[in-house]
Design a protein around this ligand. Structure first.
Ligand code: GAR
Length: 211
């Protein structure tokens, strides 16, 4: 069974989707720990409610980003996690902790990367007049939101979409996307590193599509 560490700063709906899929027997994985930089995050509350180890690591308790990151990943490593899932983790991680883990850390991002790395992705897609929007799961490398793309989900932008409406319509698709990618990894069908993604032993030339 694949052991996961989930890093989350906010609401925790992607964490909830993983927990639900595991409970329903749809994902053969276990959550070794949930780690958050925000004491009040919904993700920590969800973890505690589900009987999953939950740890708040306070950036203000550390003198530097590097010291915080070292403490965070010491805790992640101690959990025994094999795959690290960034699910709404809103801090930039230092290269020292990312580089040794590029083949076992993924991030979900609410845009069709390489479009719109960073923040305010829904607003930026609307401002650009895009007809399509979506979410991506990618391998984490030191550069922000830039690792090899693993899979994407796409939705049409509709007249009347606001950033909030677009985000709300996308969210259930994000959940399916993240669960599917973790399932493929758990099944041994998907592997990746800082350079490439392989699915069923074939190197991907474009991200997988999840409906
Ligand atoms: C999700 O929309 C995720 O794609 C996004 O944060 C949200 C977390 O929601 N991630 C990023 O913006 C990362 N740059 P959740 O806390 O309900 O899972």
């Amino acid at each position: 069974m694949l052991k996961l560490a989930v890093l989350a700063s906010g609401r925790g709906s992607n964490l909830q989707a993983l927990i639900d899929a595991i409970r329903m027997g749809e994902l053969d994985a276990g959550i070794a720990g949930v780690f958050s930089d925000k004491a009040a995050s919904g993700a920590l509350a969800i973890a505690r409610g589900a009987g999953v180890a939950a740890m708040h690591i306070d950036p203000k308790a550390y003198a530097s980003r590097a010291a915080f990151d070292a403490a965070l990943f010491a805790a992640v490593d101690a959990s025994g996690a094999e795959l690290i899932v960034c699910a709404g983790f809103m801090r930039i991680l230092s290269p020292e902790v990312v580089a040794p883990r590029t083949s076992r850390m993924i991030n979900i991002h609410p845009s069709l990367l390489p479009k719109y790395p960073g923040l305010h992705t829904h607003q930026r897609a609307l401002d650009a007049g895009d007809r399509e929007h979506g979410a991506s799961v990618h391998a984490v490398i030191p550069a922000l939101d830039a690792g090899p793309l693993i899979a994407q989900t796409r939705i049409a932008i509709e007249p009347g979409d606001s950033p909030e409406r677009l985000a709300a319509r996308l969210l259930p698709r994000e959940h399916r996307l993240l669960v599917q990618v973790v399932r493929w990894i758990a099944e041994g069908r998907l592997r990746f590193d800082a350079q490439a993604v392989h699915f069923d032993e074939r190197r991907l030339s474009e991200p997988l599509r999840v409906g």
